[in-house]
Design a protein around this ligand. Structure first.
Ligand code: ADP
Length: 326
């Protein structure tokens, strides 16, 4: 028999489409287990500021389709101090919250690890980030929506690229991880994809574009992850322009549109399943873990591992992208 009677749920760090669907799943699963639920506004900042919002089944009606997070989110440096952590714990005790579900990225899980291990407090995490950069899950909540947003935007750019014989350098999100760039790049049939995990070779890119020019292919799409070591799309375009002045080049930085929008069905289903599994895990006495999905099965990974290890880009995908761009 679990001692947990009341659970808290919060979203933290960068928002991601599907976070609302995850909150809904947590609340409704908790209701079915006769638990009380309290939402915490603005992530860890709300724990410190006592932003506790009682939630019921109907509180999460009509949010499964909405992007962002209705609980709001924040970055909270105070939570990284001993005093901030102590205040957060004290507030949870005062409010009678027995366990937490946190939804966010690796920073959020570092915070959860800190709170959970310092005070032996039960916490599970759900991977909510568009970057897909967490170890312990095939996909993070929000990633599928983000790559579909990129594909939709780049398809439109391709129309203009073709009509005007333009070469578009499109910058997508991914400071440390190239998953968005690689997968959306394959999805739009990009001429080249530059990601932080591999050494980007300007000479090779120029040689490929010269080859395309000889074949009278004068338009194209180059996807650049913002964290590529050559720079962002603007820097890469400038370097290429110096070498190939005849190309008509354009730069588009997709920016925050990649974080918003109605979640895809895949993200809603993933969020629903992980939210359900998170509450079950807490009630079965497990904590300090991120709930992920690997090969379609629920998998729990300790926070320490989910935040330290990085999922790898599969080299075969890079090869697929290269071969198909010929
Ligand atoms: P994400 O969860 O999307 O990676 P952040 O890296 O901004 O986003 O992390 C979200 C929040 O988690 C931070 O604002 C901070 O409050 C908390 N956090 C991050 N790292 C730590 C840490 N090492 N110790 C305690 N809290 C942390």
């Amino acid at each position: 028999m679990s001692h947990i009677r009341k659970i808290g749920v919060l979203t933290s760090g960068g928002d991601a489409p599907g976070m609302n669907a995850a909150i809904r799943a947590v609340v409704r699963t908790a209701m079915s287990e006769k638990l009380s639920v309290v939402g915490i506004g603005h992530g860890y900042q709300g724990l410190i500021n006592k932003e506790f919002i009682p939630l019921y089944g109907h509180s999460v009606a009509n949010i499964i389709q909405r992007g962002g997070t209705f609980l709001k989110t924040s970055r909270c440096p105070e939570f990284q101090t001993k005093e901030g952590l102590a205040q957060a714990y004290q507030n949870l005790q005062d409010e009678g919250v027995d366990a937490l579900v946190v939804i966010g990225g690796d920073g959020t899980f570092r915070g959860a690890l800190s709170l959970g291990s310092t005070y032996h407090y039960p916490i599970v995490g759900l991977p909510g980030t568009i970057d897909n950069d967490l170890f312990g899950t095939d996909y993070t909540i929000g990633y599928d929506t983000a790559i579909n947003t990129v594909v939709e935007a780049v398809d439109k750019l391709r129309d203009t690229a073709g009509s005007h014989d333009n070469l578009f350098f499109v910058e997508v999100m991914g400071r440390d991880a190239g998953f968005i760039a690689l997968n959306s790049g394959i999805g739009v049939g990009a001429e080249d994809i530059l990601i932080p995990e591999t050494v980007s070779d300007l000479d090779k890119l120029v040689a490929k574009l010269e080859y395309d020019q000889r074949k009278h292919k004068t338009s194209g799409i180059i996807i650049v992850a913002e964290g590529d070591e050559l720079g962002g799309a603007k820097e890469v375009a400038e370097m290429v322009k110096e070498r190939l002045p005849n190309y008509h080049m354009r730069v588009t930085i997709l920016g925050h549109i990649q974080r918003g929008g109605s979640p895809t069905c895949a993200d809603r289903v993933l969020a629903s399943r992980l939210g359900y599994a998170g509450v079950k895990a807490l009630l079965e006495g497990r904590s300090g873990v991120m709930i992920g999905q690997i090969n379609n099965k629920i998998k729990e990974t300790p926070f320490s591992k989910a935040t330290k290890q990085h999922p790898q880009i599969q080299p075969e995908w890079l090869e697929v992208a290269r071969v198909l761009a010929l």
